[in-house]
Design a protein around this ligand. Structure first.
Ligand SMILES: Nc1nc2c(ncn2[C@@H]2O[C@H](COP(=O)(O)OP(=O)(O)OP(=O)(O)O)[C@@H](O)[C@H]2O)c(=O)[nH]1
Ligand SMILES: [Mg+2]
Length: 360
């Protein structure tokens, strides 16, 4: 897809910053442009990759440029007063080639959950493009944050096409400090979003897979609405070579085309299982999804046809109620195998039910 990413609030801005980094490192670009809106001018100033003229403070009269301090109602009112101005900042970048608008916000503070639904409503009113939101959920120890998030998820549910959820709580160990972990979490999230947004965007010169996803498959998967969760795993193919750790072994290991049928099968199967059973961005039961997507990529020799077909069947069985789209993307000369899975159209997930208890 070719998206305009719009960060709202501190977390939104930092994640859009990471999307720029991710996009710059890929051979095909998915990021047409970005904008970041915040009530806090110092958060805007601390961004790295988002161009300066793409950073816009708002609500400066109300908040004096120092953020909404978790007051989501006040942030919503400030955004509503300036909705037209904010949307106009996007007019010049939402060109005909743009296939979607990706809002990004942490829903535990004030600016994110307050302003994002207002902006989403304004954008869906004016543009005939899908509007998706990356909704970051707070950790479980702060009541105000949980209440803001519960209300934010609900307000966004009625205005955006789909919310791709990222649950900080599931990604932070008991002894971790959130602050220390944020850069790594933002990188991981940007990497998964990037992998999804480039799925189906192939370089002209690259070989075609057995079954190919195109960008309309990504849009159609997210079109299921509700919540979406992304799983991803990647492993060097050398990991699946049964070679002793010796010089001879390493030389042998570099001859990837020598991999046995069993090694190639194992590489596809275990990477898929890590993608689904490792850490999804939001924990959920795939059986709750109404649409799903799975994409296998790696060196052409390693995309074992039988294992890819079995893997697809396995995902279809887990997501029994979902329409499943799948594909493979050969990466000539690549040295790792990766699997991306998406479950969308989810209405129920344990963490969302926890949050609803606060927002009820
Ligand atoms: N994954 C991730 N989560 C973040 C990050 N920064 C903050 N969060 C989470 O998102 C929630 C909202 O934080 P911010 O985005 O800073 O809040 P805000 O929208 O700027 O709202 P105010 O500062 O109150 O105006 C916090 O409760 C954290 O759980 C980030 O960089 N990455
Ligand atoms: Mg802030």
């Amino acid at each position: 897809m070719d998206v305009v990413a719009v960060g709202v609030g501190g977390a939104g801005g930092r994640i859009v910053d990471e999307l720029h980094r991710d996009d710059a490192g890929r051979s095909v670009s998915y990021l047409a442009a970005s904008r970041v809106f915040d009530t806090d001018t110092s958060s805007l100033g601390a961004l790295d990759r988002v161009p300066s003229d793409a950073r816009h403070p708002f609500g400066t009269l109300e908040f004096d440029g120092s953020g909404a301090d978790s007051d989501a109602d006040a942030a919503r009112d400030a955004a509503a007063d300036q909705a037209t101005e904010l949307r106009r900042e996007l007019d010049e970048v939402i060109t005909t080639s743009v296939t979607g608008i990706l809002l990004v916000a942490g829903l535990g503070g004030g600016t994110g959950p307050g302003a994002t639904p207002v902006l989403a409503e304004e954008l869906t009113r004016v543009y005939d493009r899908p509007v998706h939101c990356v909704s970051v959920l707070p950790t479980g120890d702060d009541e105000t944050a949980c209440e803001n998030a519960a209300r934010g998820v609900e307000a966004l549910d009625s205005v955006v096409d789909c919310q791709i959820a990222f649950d900080n709580d599931a990604w932070i160990g008991e002894d971790d400090s959130l602050e220390d972990r944020l850069p790594a979490l933002n990188r991981e999230l940007a990497d998964r979003l990037g992998s999804l947004l480039v799925a189906g965007e192939v370089e002209a010169a690259s070989p075609v897979g057995e079954s190919v996803l195109d960008e309309t498959d990504v849009a159609a998967t997210l079109d299921a609405g509700g919540l979406a969760t992304i799983g991803h795993a990647s492993a060097p193919v050398s990991k699946f070579r049964d070679v002793e750790d010796s010089l001879v072994g390493r030389l042998k290991g570099s001859l990837l085309e020598d991999a046995s049928d069993m090694e190639r099968r194992e590489a596809v199967t275990s990477t898929l299982q890590w993608a689904v059973r490792g850490q999804l961005t939001l924990d959920c039961d795939p059986a709750e999804s109404t649409s799903a997507l799975v994409l296998f990529s790696g060196p052409p020799d390693w995309l074992h046809r039988g294992a890819v077909a079995d893997g697809r069947d396995w995902v279809a069985e887990l997501s029994t109620n979902a329409e499943l789209r799948s594909g493979d993307a050969p990466v000539p000369g690549g040295d790792s195998i990766s699997v991306l899975v998406v479950f969308a159209g989810i209405e129920r997930a344990p963490r969302i039910e926890d949050l609803q208890w606060y927002g009820g």
